[in-house]
Design a protein around this ligand. Structure first.
Ligand SMILES: [Zn+2]
Length: 142
């Protein structure tokens, strides 16, 4: 699917890049993503105000959380990517609509994909501590 859920395990203290980078470094990473996006959401193509989103991969065997990319996305896609947070804010209905529209799927498929993501999230939460791999940042920083 074009737009999925990217739930960050609860124990990932450093999941927010802003907390490990200096303000100057984060600005560089963020602006690089905006430049690549050329004014369009990198997921749905909307010409809306863009937000930077960090993408991570998780290796459950080695317990490594690795930064794979920083992309520029619209607020609607961002709300879907972080669906857990969106549900807590009470904005799930709008996010579900956007998920169905972007992926061209039904509400049943939305629920199914959400169930799958929640299972994955619960499994990753069983890892006591994730170590962080930020080697990909070299691509962004001068
Ligand atoms: Zn979007």
């Amino acid at each position: 699917m074009k737009l999925g859920f990217e739930l960050v395990p609860d124990g990932c203290w450093y999941s927010n890049l802003r907390s490990v980078l200096s303000r100057e470094q984060w600005d560089f990473v963020r602006k690089d993503a905006y430049a690549r996006a050329k004014g369009r959401c990198m997921i749905c193509g909307a010409t809306a105000r863009l937000e930077a989103h960090e993408r991570w991969s998780y290796d459950e065997k080695t317990c490594v959380q690795k930064l794979t990319d920083v992309v520029a996305v619209c607020a609607d896609c961002h709300a879907v990517l972080h669906i857990g947070r969106t549900q807590l804010k009470g904005d799930e209905a709008r996010a579900a609509e956007h998920f169905m529209k972007v992926n061209g799927v039904s509400y049943a498929e939305y629920r199914k994909e959400l169930g799958r993501a929640n299972e994955e999230h619960a499994r990753r939460n069983r890892v006591a501590e994730w170590s962080l791999d930020l080697s990909r940042l070299k691509r962004f920083l001068p």
